[in-house]
Ligand binder design. Structure first.
Ligand code: SUG
Length: 441
């Protein structure tokens, strides 16, 4: 069995709208001019690197924007450009919302349980409803369609509907979910991390920043995925981590197989939780926790060190795919060097440049959805989204042909942008052999 990273291809409307309160980078870079072409190239380069390292890689296409279907549901009508003008008049944030390219962060696309963990031995997917923010919530319906298209064979795959879109069931997908195992083909422990309980109207406003994932949503995913309850853990994010800007647990925590690399303040009651994990693995695991003294929560969030991808290489070693920003921090580099020097499977580090995404709070690990598949399951999923040399070249040229190098909020009223995006995605659906996926919704 191997893990495939399904990375979100950055869409042609990538922009900085400051829509994600509690996400420090999104608020800091609000209203800056973005470079969609560079953003998409940085993402594609990262995919290329993983492929070259021998880590299987696949592509998730961007969503159609502007989202006129949403505007129509909200009662807007008339010509496309009129609808956009009307949205802007009511609230410029609504215009930015329907233009958001946030589906690039596929770590939030769904929660995925491998077949060796589920009772019916199919791979289970639950697209995240992301009800905390409208610009993210609008992704759920298309994500459901896309997952059904890519993982269509019910013999191997179960694609659930997103949880009902209620605040108490707020679900942000795999960014709050980690798989631990000795090997990918062995049943392991699935860790679900939540920020608040749900059914607690006041709780989401008690801290400085809102907690997104609810315990109720995590529990529902656990039950729907038919997991062995004795092999699941439900842990709470520490409020300090959320208030420092860890709006998802994957900002301060990453795991692969029997290795956890995290900030000591990521999880409430971590000592007890890590003891239970050690017990499950009979101590044959590596919990690398970094103290606040080594790296403050603030610096962890500024560098996104723990939003590195932790991947298994073909020779059995692990590599950390870290954001370039770590190179600019002595504290983060000291941690990385200590990890490499220590006795654990992490033997390599690669630094990737994804600053366009980072400025919206999306590091290397945010850009990918991990899916562990057997060779048969891999053969049963849609082959045309798996990255190859040929697909890489086609996507690179496609980006050059269709993407702008600058995008500001004022461009959202440019009718030409609507045509550009539609033309680009129409061509992409052919490259990725996705049929009429964009016109179905
Ligand atoms: O949901 N940013 C995303 C970043 C998601 C990162 N994902 C993980 N940590 N897995 C979010 O906060 C910013 C959009 C804007 O401001 O235009 C945004 O939505």
């Amino acid at each position: 069995m191997s893990e495939i990273n399904f990375d979100g291809l950055v869409g042609p409307t990538h922009n900085y709208a400051g829509l994600a309160y509690g996400n420090v980078a999104s608020i800091t870079h609000a209203k800056q001019i973005s470079n969609p072409r560079l953003a998409a190239k940085q993402g594609l380069q990262k995919m290329r690197l993983l492929m070259d390292l021998g880590v299987p890689q696949a592509v998730i296409p961007p969503q159609l924007r502007p989202n006129f279907a949403l505007l129509r549901e909200l009662g807007f009508s008339g010509k496309p450009e009129q609808m956009l003008q009307q949205a802007n008049k009511i609230n410029p944030a609504l215009l930015a919302t329907v233009y958001s390219a946030s589906s690039m962060w596929t770590a939030n696309m769904a929660t995925v349980s491998p077949s060796c963990d589920t009772q019916d031995q199919t791979v289970h997917f639950t697209p995240a409803n992301m009800t905390m923010n409208l610009h993210r919530a609008q992704e759920a319906a298309f994500n459901y369609k896309l997952l059904q298209r890519i993982f269509s064979d019910p013999k191997h795959f179960t694609v659930h509907q997103p949880l009902p879109a209620f605040r108490d069931l707020s679900d942000e997908g795999a960014a709050n979910h980690s798989l631990l195992c000795t090997d990918y083909n062995m049943p392991g422990v699935e860790i679900f991390v939540y920020g608040r309980h749900g059914l607690d109207a006041y709780r989401h406003v008690t801290g400085k920043y809102p907690a997104r994932q609810t315990q109720l949503a995590s529990t529902a995913n656990m039950l729907n995925h038919k997991l062995d309850q004795t092999k699941t853990m439900l842990l709470q994010q520490s409020p300090e981590a959320i208030d420092a800007g860890a709006f998802h647990n994957d900002v301060v925590f990453v795991a692969n197989k029997n290795v956890i690399f995290c900030h000591q303040q990521a999880i409430a009651g971590w000592d007890e939780a890590s003891a239970a994990i050690n017990k499950f693995f009979a101590n044959d695991c590596h919990i690398i926790e970094v103290s606040a003294k080594q790296l403050s929560l603030e610096e962890a969030i500024a560098t996104y060190l723990f939003n590195s991808q932790l991947v298994s290489l073909t020779n059995g070693d692990m590599a950390l795919i870290a954001p370039y920003e770590c190179k600019e921090s002595d504290a983060a580099m000291n941690v990385i060097n200590a990890v490499l020097a220590d006795k654990n499977p992490i033997k390599h580090v690669e630094f990737v440049q994804c600053r366009q995404s980072m400025h919206n709070g999306g590091g290397p690990a945010c850009l990918r959805l991990r899916v562990v598949l057997t060779p048969r399951q891999q053969a049963a999923c849609l082959q045309s989204v798996l990255l190859t040399d040929d697909l890489y070249k086609k996507l690179d040229q496609w980006i050059d042909k269709h993407y702008r190098e600058q995008l500001a909020a004022s461009d959202f009223l440019d009718p030409q942008l609507i045509v550009e995006v539609q033309t680009a995605l129409d061509e992409l659906s052919k490259i990725l052999q996705l049929g009429n996926i964009y016109s179905e919704l």
